[in-house]
Design a protein around this ligand. Structure first.
Ligand code: ASP
Length: 471
């Protein structure tokens, strides 16, 4: 017999079915034992009666919460006053005829009933596979999939191609520190994990893809920040032959449809999403990610907006140099290279930020396709032309062979989900998040490696590999 999901039993009254899952609760009423059997679709009430099925009843007496079992039994209507209208299977129950115990379970380190917010988070993360059993997190993961599936379908229907780009790659200047991976086959050399697929997606435009997207993992080795993750997921998009307005319209339409379809209880405050210049945002709201909600206590209000016309450069006082406000591939709003070099502070760019309820949930830009311009921008950032040519040889080679005008954006998926699902932080919407200081408590990452592995990679540590202390 094939196992069915608990949600199906309401349609199977009178039939014998096989169910599998976890013992959610056991209630012992003397001659009758009730089990709530839990599977990914919900709960089913299973009844064991001492008079009608003696041996099965005996086995049911041994069941404890979280045992993994299989039940074969007949689906029957519950007596009228036993019906529970709150759950989909509340009108029926299964009279157990056979039971199989796949696995016993020790008492869990914490309860998986309720939201779990009150439980120590490090404990929840250490036992994430148990934490994920709770209904709240099961829903979060399902809604995450719904959102990603929606994005995929929406973009595929509009001529976008999803392309996977490498994880072992080279450093791209996105403003954070790289995670490095030693290359065993090229001793002394390192891969960088991608801070974003920025260069690949631009080179896919040279490759004639015209419309690219990817549900992309981005890895940034940032200093501990409470609500940041070393790896986060972006909807990475790049388009050829578009202007900034078209990119923003696409995102506005996509997110409006996501909210209307998947989060119908939410109210988008203003449509079309307000477009503010950086200057307006700073003057009016003293922030480049203004919170435009009417009522900040109302979690169902979504105030999206776009911020544009950012300065191209920002001054870094600590090391007395110019940095790129977005990244150095962002197109300036002037063609005059001399002005860029002379008055970098005056130059605006085609950067666009996507903002929701005071959070920056995405950013992007129209890109530089003129190599002289790219060289000039890097010069302001402190790199000699020869160095730029060498570092971005791929651009200098590729752009010679016919490059379309292009631009893109990369909305972050974790932050959007945490706002839409009213979760207090992004760790709650990631299946296996890390702590603020990048430890994976369930897997025990990062972890020391053996001397032999280090030797193979030609790495000598000047600290003790097990406790991190100076030798
Ligand atoms: N690569 C940028 C980022 O990850 C987004 C973009 O410019 O498309 O923030």
């Amino acid at each position: 017999m094939k196992r069915i999901f608990t949600k199906e039993i309401a349609q199977r009254v009178g039939e014998t079915v096989k169910l599998s899952g976890w013992v959610n609760t056991r209630r012992d009423h003397g001659k009758i034992i009730f089990i709530d059997l839990r599977d990914k679709t919900g709960l089913a009430q299973v009844v064991f009666n001492s008079e009608s099925d003696g041996t099965v009843y005996k086995e049911a007496e041994t069941l404890r919460p979280e045992y993994v079992i299989e039940i074969i039994g007949r689906v029957e209507k519950r007596p009228e006053k036993m019906k529970n209208p709150k759950i989909t299977t509340g009108g029926v129950e299964v009279k157990a005829e056979k039971i199989k115990i796949f696995s016993q379970a020790e008492t869990l380190p914490f309860s998986i009933e309720g939201t779990g917010y009150d439980i120590n988070e490090e404990t929840r993360l250490a036992y994430r596979y148990l934490d994920l059993r709770r209904a709240r997190l099961q829903r979060v993961l399902r809604m995450r999939q719904e959102v990603i599936y929606f994005m995929r379908t929406y973009l595929k229907e509009r001529e976008f191609t999803e392309v996977e780009t490498p994880i072992l790659t080279k450093s791209t200047p996105e403003g954070a520190r790289d995670f490095l991976v030693p290359a065993r086959l090229q001793p002394g050399k390192f891969y960088a994990l991608p801070q974003s697929p920025q260069q690949y997606k631009q080179l896919l435009m040279v490759a004639g893809l015209e419309r690219y997207f990817q549900i992309a993992r981005c890895l940034r080795d940032e200093d501990p920040r409470a609500d940041r993750q070393a790896e986060h997921t972006q909807l990475d998009i790049e388009m050829s032959f578009v202007d900034q307005a078209e990119i923003l319209e696409l995102i506005e339409d996509l997110y409006t449809k996501i909210v209307e379809t998947l989060f119908p209880e939410k109210k988008i405050k203003t449509k079309p999403f307000p477009r503010l210049t950086y200057q307006e945002a700073m003057e009016k709201y003293k922030s480049d990610k203004p919170d435009l909600r009417n009522n900040k206590d109302n979690p169902d209000e979504l105030a999206f907006c776009f911020v544009t016309d950012f300065p191209l450069f920002e001054w870094h006082e600590e090391n007395k140099r110019w940095g790129a406000m977005h990244h150095p591939f962002t197109k300036p709003q002037t063609e005059e290279i001399a002005t860029i070099k002379k008055n970098p502070e005056k130059i605006l760019s085609y950067q666009h930020d996507f903002v929701l309820n005071g959070w920056e949930i995405g950013g992007g830009s129209i890109r530089i396709t003129d190599l002289e311009m790219l060289t000039a921008v890097f010069e302001v950032l402190g790199h000699a032309p020869e160095e730029t040519k060498e570092k971005f040889k791929n651009y200098f080679d590729a752009f010679k062979y016919g490059v379309p005008p292009h631009g893109g954006i990369a909305p972050g998926i974790d932050r959007f989900l945490s706002i839409a699902l009213k979760e207090p932080n992004i760790r709650e919407v990631i299946a296996f998040p890390k702590t603020g200081d990048n430890r994976g408590l369930m897997m025990g990452t990062p972890a020391p490696v053996s001397e032999a592995q280090l030797k193979e990679l030609h790495i000598k540590l000047d600290i003790d590999k097990d406790n991190g202390e100076k030798k």
